[in-house]
Design a protein around this ligand. Structure first.
Ligand code: NAD
Length: 534
């Protein structure tokens, strides 16, 4: 059995072939399918239901019925978390299978898929640990609003509560399929909502397993649903009058369409969007570390990370040696011809570099899009330091896969598309600076603001620059350590084109709640509680 056949044998399970609605695995009403292909070869991988607006309506109706019935929202958050914990454990128990599926679906090396899936399970458990924290936030006295007269009068007993929002839609991207999806599913459910997940049609197979995890964990029917489908299914979910919130991860363009769809009904949005993150390197940075960080920043996951550091802002005095070494290192990298079996090369530690192989990009349309950026840049006279094209057939074994050479474009104009727009592939654009002010100006010179990094051996300088960069997450580092890493307790999100709202941390859980004040007068909360229990 070859590697692809092995993955296809996993995909025979019911959950990878049906929608999950009202606690049951069901066919799409119109019976249409979407096909997906192995990025390393272009071979057929699997077909799965193309859910449409009528399927979305059925899932919304199931979620609405569960919401109105009230069992889930009526449980304490800790009780819900106990159930969701079983789902997180289910990810952990199935990492090998899920990692093979993600390797085949996205084209990422198995070992990276396995590592990030472990992260999804761990993060899921973190969300569950917040169940108790959320419970402790119910009926918390409002004892200070800050400022003069900030304390409500004693005879007015005011408390805060965090209510679930209702029926919510979760629309996810393909680059880290399970991580992106479960980062929404777990907090949404712990907070007490009923949800419909719409994974990406480009690579969302692992997300279909969440339906099975919900069923096995004993989530009540209708509380969690999965509808696979393309953008039409996503648009139907966003526009549904019964859906009170959309939590979305994907491109900036789609995010703005979703915001538009939610505007007439004033439903909430949480939007995790694209990025064009800058890596600012000062000349007091260790050269090897700067090169390694640059490579990791723009090449991890094939450059298909929202926080990929695809703009290098390098100080003039270190530019020449840095680019020379970067070119040498990039040209040594092998292509990853079979991500499903890419387990351990035993050379550069993958957790440190994550850039020891070049993976294919996810699909033909992304390949064309990235190549379009490169053709346009070259036609406009942008200088190519290395790469800039598809590898020759010999290099990738004449595979038919969606490979692109790691590409570095230098002396890029600030208004060039490759500086301003998200390419979402293995492409780095470089500009240089001389002063600290210039560095800040370059780093802030796009409409995005997701993440950025300042490298310097001078902590005070790194801090000054980090504090002036407009991004939801900034790293200030002398080593590059932690670049692209996320901790579940540390917020992530975007300024500007990179999004609205924040994920992770207690704030990430609050995104799935409504803050409510309950104002007791004439009797106190204590009286009310006594009556309830007495
Ligand atoms: P995309 O916007 O094309 O699609 C994302 C999802 O939206 C898919 O499920 C798709 O079917 C759905 N969709 C498309 N059109 C829709 C519409 N009109 N209404 C509702 N849903 C619609 O993005 P993608 O190509 O899947 O993902 C790549 C993008 O995701 C990149 O821009 C990347 O930066 C971003 N991303 C952001 C984060 C983050 O945390 N900020 C994380 C991962 C990926």
């Amino acid at each position: 059995m070859n590697s692809l056949n092995k993955v296809q044998s996993h995909l025979l399970a019911e959950c990878f072939n049906k929608l999950f609605i009202g606690g049951q695995f069901v066919d799409a009403i119109d019976g249409k399918k979407i096909s997906t292909y192995y990025p390393a070869t272009g071979d057929f991988l699997h077909e799965f239901p193309r859910g449409k607006a009528n399927d979305v309506d059925a899932a919304v109706a199931a979620a609405e019925a569960a919401w109105e019935e009230g069992t889930w929202a009526g449980m304490s958050a800790a009780e819900r978390a106990d159930i969701v914990t079983k789902m997180a454990q289910g990810i952990e128990d199935n990492i090998e299978m899920l990692a093979e599926i993600e390797a085949a679906d996205v084209g990422k090396p198995y070992r990276q898929a396995a590592m990030t899936l472990g992260g999804a399970a761990g993060e899921g458990k973190y969300w569950c640990s917040l169940g108790k924290v959320l419970d402790a936030e119910q009926d918390v006295p409002v004892n200070s609003g800050g400022g003069e007269g900030g304390v409500p009068p004693a005879e007015w007993d005011v408390v805060y509560r965090r209510d679930p929002i209702g029926v919510i839609g979760l629309i996810s991207a393909w680059n880290y399929p399970m991580n992106v999806a479960f980062r929404k599913v777990a907090p949404a459910l712990v907070a007490g909502n009923c949800a419909i997940l719409k994974p990406s049609e480009i690579a969302g197979l692992s997300c279909m397993f969440i339906g099975k995890l919900a069923q096995d964990a004993g989530i009540p029917p209708g509380v969690f649903n999965v509808v696979t489908g393309d953008r039409d299914a996503g648009a139907a979910l966003a526009a549904s009058p019964s859906v009170s919130m959309i939590s979305f991860t994907g491109s900036t363009l789609t995010g703005s369409k979703i915001m538009g769809a939610c505007a007439p009904k004033l439903s909430q949005v949480a939007l995790e969007l694209g990025g064009k993150s800058a890596l600012v390197v000062f000349d007091d940075t260790d050269l090897d570390k700067a090169v390694e960080t640059t490579m990791k920043g723009f090449l991890a996951n094939g450059g298909q990370i929202c926080t990929a550091h695809t703009r290098l802002v390098v100080q003039d005095s270190i530019k020449a040696p840095l680019l020379k070494k970067l070119k040498e290192e990039l040209e040594k990298l092998p292509f990853c011809n079979d991500p499903i079996t890419e387990k351990d090369r035993g050379d550069r530690a993958w957790e440190a570099g994550m850039t020891d192989v070049v993976q294919p990009v996810v699909c033909d349309s992304q390949h064309k899009k990235i190549m379009g950026f490169l053709h346009e840049a070259k036609a406009a006279g942008v200088e190519v330091l290395t790469g800039g094209d598809v590898p020759d057939d010999e290099t990738v074994g004449n595979s038919g896969g969606y490979f692109i050479q790691p590409t570095v474009l230098i002396n890029v104009e600030r208004d060039a598309d490759v500086w301003q727009k998200e390419v979402f592939g293995p492409v780095l654009s470089v500009r240089s600076f001389s002063t600290e002010d210039d560095a800040v100006l370059e780093a802030n010179s796009t409409a995005f603001g997701l993440a950025s990094t300042v490298m310097s051996s001078d902590p005070a300088k790194a801090m000054r620059v980090a504090n002036r960069i407009r991004a939801g997450a900034v790293f200030a580092t002398s080593t590059g350590e932690g670049l692209l890493a996320e901790h579940p307790a540390v917020s992530r999100g975007g300024f500007g084109f990179s999004g609205v709202g924040r994920e992770l941390g207690i704030g990430g859980l609050h995104e799935y709640t409504e803050l409510k004040s309950v104002n007791y007068t004439g009797f106190s909360l204590a009286d009310a509680k006594k009556q309830r229990t007495g």
